[in-house]
Design a protein around this ligand. Structure first.
Ligand code: PXG
Length: 289
């Protein structure tokens, strides 16, 4: 595999960054997770927009233009003959001294890995997931804002460990006020009486690309959506629940904290959205060529 590092394509064994890089020392950097389907990169421009927004929020100047990064992503796919897969884009603060000061860092590193994707088992999509609420609270938006897709994912990792310990693959994270925020690597949606609801971004959620697509697709299917604050009670009494993310796509949820959701199987609107999402990912995106 060839990995893009700092403007060059390196063999995977030689694709390394300095141990003095603040990305490693402090989790000081940003990233994106992107998918390619059928020789096209899905929502590439939107992912790179978000990368720049994350970088701006942490005062990190990305040493490439939006256009150059889009091109480098496609080039990395070409180098690896990848038509379907997962692209991990990372920008670190670069190497500096053993102190926090980011001003002592030079050479922010742009890293692009294009690899095959480990898909979730089919059963997740056919039968639906059981998930749990976990004790770790979502970061306060005035701390490391969850809208920033930063390299500092410990808050999410702790929640993921708690979910795994409970025998689940995803977790519902609540914010400091007790409202539903999102999952560890996915956004969450509920359907009640034919309407769709998802937590507002201010509750402490990532501005998910799949989340935006789900809202657009729902509209095109005639399903109204809104973004109210939601509690666990609202989720427990939903007719349908599903989670969205680049890796997971759209996955039905049939049980939360031991409460069966709806009829305990993937709901109709969820299934319609799963189909619509599949059609969109297979027919749109920036061509790799
Ligand atoms: N919330 C969080 C905290 C995320 O990290 C999402 C929601 C969904 O956003 P998108 O834009 O993907 O719809 C994410 C994205 C992985 C992996 O390896 C995680 C994400 C994306 C791709 C891969 O677990 N998280």
């Amino acid at each position: 595999m060839k990995v893009f590092v700092d403007g060059k394509f390196l063999d995977e064994k030689k694709a390394v960054v300095s141990v003095f890089d603040h990305g490693l020392l402090y989790g000081d950097g940003v990233f994106e997770g992107i998918r390619a389907y059928n020789g096209r990169v899905f929502k590439l421009s939107e992912h790179i927009d978000r990368l720049f927004y994350s970088a701006k929020a942490i005062l990190l100047k990305i040493p490439m233009s939006h256009k150059a990064i889009c091109e480098a992503v496609r080039q990395t796919c070409r180098q690896n003959k990848l038509r379907d897969g997962y692209i991990r884009l990372v920008v670190t603060r670069g190497s500096g001294t053993l102190g926090l000061d980011p001003n002592r860092c030079s050479n922010p590193q742009v890293i692009i890995i294009a690899d095959k994707i480990q898909l979730y088992p089919k059963a997740f999509y056919e039968k639906g997931l059981e998930i749990v609420t976990v004790p770790t609270t979502r970061n306060h938006t005035n701390a490391v804002n969850p809208a920033i897709k930063s390299l500092n994912y410990l808050n999410n990792i702790l929640a993921k460990i708690e979910a795994t310990n409970a025998g689940c693959v995803e977790a519902i994270m609540l914010n400091h006020e007790g409202f539903v925020a999102e999952c560890t690597g996915d956004n969450v949606f509920m359907i009640k009486d034919g309407k769709m609801h998802t937590p507002p971004l201010a509750a402490g959620a990532l501005h998910g690309i799949t989340r935006s697509v789900a809202i657009e697709l729902a509209t095109s299917l005639g399903v109204q959506s809104s973004e109210p604050n939601l509690t666990r009670y609202d989720l427990y009494n939903a007719d349908e629940i599903f989670i969205t993310g680049t890796a997971a796509e759209v996955v039905p949820v049939v049980k939360i904290d031991g409460r069966q959701i709806g009829r305990g199987k993937p709901g109709k609107i969820t299934k319609n959205l799963m189909n619509a999402y599949r059609n969109l990912t297979n027919s749109t995106g920036q061509e790799i060529l």
